[in-house]
Write a protein that binds this ligand. Sequence first.
Ligand SMILES: Cc1ncc(C[n+]2csc(CCOP(=O)(O)OP(=O)(O)O)c2C)c(N)n1
Ligand SMILES: [Mg+2]
Length: 358
Amino acid sequence: MQPVEQRDEVEMLSLMLLIRRFEERASQQYQAQKIGGFCHLYIGQEAVVTGAVAAVRDDDYIITAYRDHAHALARGTSANACMAELFGKETGCSRGLGGSMHFFDKQHHMYGGHAIVAAHVPLAVGLAFAIKYRSEDRVTLCFFGDGAINQGSFHEALNLAALYELPIVFICENNLFAMGTSVKRSTSLKQIVDRAEGYDIPGEIVDGMNFREVRDKVAEVVDSIRKEPHPAFLEARTYRYRGHSMSDPASYRTKDELEKYRLDDPITRLRAQLTREGKLTNEQFDRLDKQAKETVLAAVEFAEQSPQPPLDKLYDYTYADGAVEAGVPAASESRKAGSPANLQESAAGTAAATEKKA
Ligand SMILES: Cc1ncc(C[n+]2csc(CCOP(=O)(O)OP(=O)(O)O)c2C)c(N)n1
Ligand SMILES: [Mg+2]
């Protein structure tokens, strides 16, 4: 990708289209039972990650929660590798072992894909700590939902980031709901951004449906962090058009509310801005959309044709190298372990290893 200043807005619009079409197709493939496990769609929120990624360098770190397809695509992970991961295939970005919630792409500095709400926020702080420790001028972008801000790990992480003045931007994607719970019912604050104040972290609200506003604000904050490392907090106000996951009919909100946000669609908005300014024609837009759809269809074909991970890889990456010496059964041993008794033994081994370390 190009450096920030030259990153073309038409290119970013086509990235938003790719994300939108990818997820629409993923939804269809999920319903056709080609995709197992959970699947959370990002449709409606595209301007947040696209705007943020447009404002950073390729070697900056990003990390997010389980609504992660868009974050990987925005970072440059191919649609093929993303779709194959959804299909649980060996060619997927997590070798088919992670699935929808655990996209990972070290090459593009995308550090997940994390299913436990707010559990990745301390990891993000670890990434930012590594940057400072190595005296680099990178920045970590940590995305999370409104549901994360009341978790203990979130508070611990913000405290450390502030105390150590770490180069990190906390980006809360406030889509108004955590599963079916409205943020008004879960959070005592008038506005989420006020969370940052308690830790003396500068915070601002951005319109998460507006690509340009997100990009410009992230660029401004990142520029200041590169000059002098410090944490910053952005509350991006956005909306997910679909339910929490594929199995959620989203009956806790009204059609009118959904319609209001659809009228403010981030893709339509950037398209209108570019068209007004004479930078995009309708024919060009249609071509970009067609390309996005073709890329995604090719990704489905790629995922279909790709092999399953071999069975003997099932337990790989479960334990760190060296865990066996510490008392955890070897992958090859645990592979043999089918019975509950053996599984109990494994658990005992893990407990023994933990005890030894403590
Ligand atoms: C620690 C923990 N508690 C509960 C859950 C179940 N859970 C999964 S998603 C979710 C809602 C999170 O909402 P939010 O952070 O706003 O993200 P969004 O889904 O809106 O993107 C919950 C409670 C979980 N995964 N982890
Ligand atoms: Mg939410």
